[in-house]
Write a protein that binds this ligand. Structure first.
Ligand code: HEC
Length: 245
């Protein structure tokens, strides 16, 4: 009888042991994925938080970039040849973003120049890209007419739609056809009416900018400057502008 009992109990005990083992085993197996899941969730949360933090920093940087005031005064302008040459004109960036300005200037499809950009073809005329939203109609460009001499620059005229150059031509009106996609930069073939001053004259004016010290003339500069002087003296440029408008 007791043998029978024992015989019957052994499998029960064994079974219960197995059960206990399997329960424990189940628990062990069940816990591991939970831990893994918990760990991956916290990793994911950390990753999301990190991404959010980076995005937040980028947003702040972007808002600083777009809202940084572009302060322009007579000290903003310097010897034209100290700026960075692009083709036949010069660029700079008052906010230090010269790479952004060069990227726009060298984009073959045209691009918006970043805030702070300074563009000059001749020493006395400047376009400065002001902070976003300053003057939507001029693409945030401010136009300047400078008086330059050995001791530096003074601002003769500045503004957005109402600045005329020394030949009575309105900067904004003349540059408007180049609005898209060249961001008002005329160069050649961007839709602006050509000016009567060719690159031999603009080059001669750059090489004789009085703010740079001694001129660095190339052959032909004297003739080019003489041609300009003659054009101004006999009123050819004035007549040319009268015909244009
Ligand atoms: C009669 C039209 C006309 C007027 C007025 C005029 N510009 Fe321009 N400007 C041009 C043209 C065309 C060019 C390109 C000349 C070239 O590279 O051959 C140019 C070139 C420039 C450039 C070099 C970048 C570019 O657009 O190619 C600057 C900077 C500039 N002008 C500023 C001014 C400012 C500032 C005024 C007013 C004070 C002014 N301009 C008035 C037609 C004009």
């Amino acid at each position: 009888m007791s043998n029978i009992l024992i015989n019957k109990m052994v499998p029960i005990v064994a079974l219960s042991c197995l059960c206990a083992f399997s329960v424990n085993a189940d628990k062990t197996i069940a816990l591991t994925p939970t831990e893994v899941v918990t760990e991956s969730i916290s990793e994911a949360v950390e990753a999301v938080e990190a991404v959010e933090a980076v995005e937040a920093v980028e947003a702040v940087e972007a808002s600083i970039k777009t809202t940084t005031a572009v302060v322009v005064n007579e000290n903003s302008f310097t010897c034209i040849r100290d700026m960075t040459p692009v083709r036949h004109f010069y660029v700079d960036n008052l906010l230090g973003n010269i790479d952004g300005t060069l990227a726009a200037a060298n984009n073959p499809k045209g691009a918006k120049y970043p805030a702070g950009s300074v563009v000059q073809l001749v020493p006395s005329e400047v376009m400065v890209k002001r902070e976003a939203g300053t003057s939507p109609i001029t693409g945030d460009w401010e136009f300047f007419e400078l008086a330059v001499n050995e001791s530096g620059s003074t601002i003769a005229k500045r503004g957005f739609v109402d600045v005329n150059n020394r030949f009575d031509g309105n900067c904004f009106a003349c540059h408007l056809p180049a609005r898209e996609p060249w961001d008002f930069v005329c160069e050649s073939g961007h839709g602006c009416e050509p000016i009567p001053i060719d690159h031999s004259i603009t080059g001669a004016l750059q090489r004789s900018d009085p703010r740079c010290g001694e001129p660095v003339p190339q052959s032909g500069d004297w003739t080019a400057l003489l041609k300009l002087k003659t054009m101004v003296t006999i009123g050819l440029t004035k007549k040319w502008f009268e015909e244009l408008f």
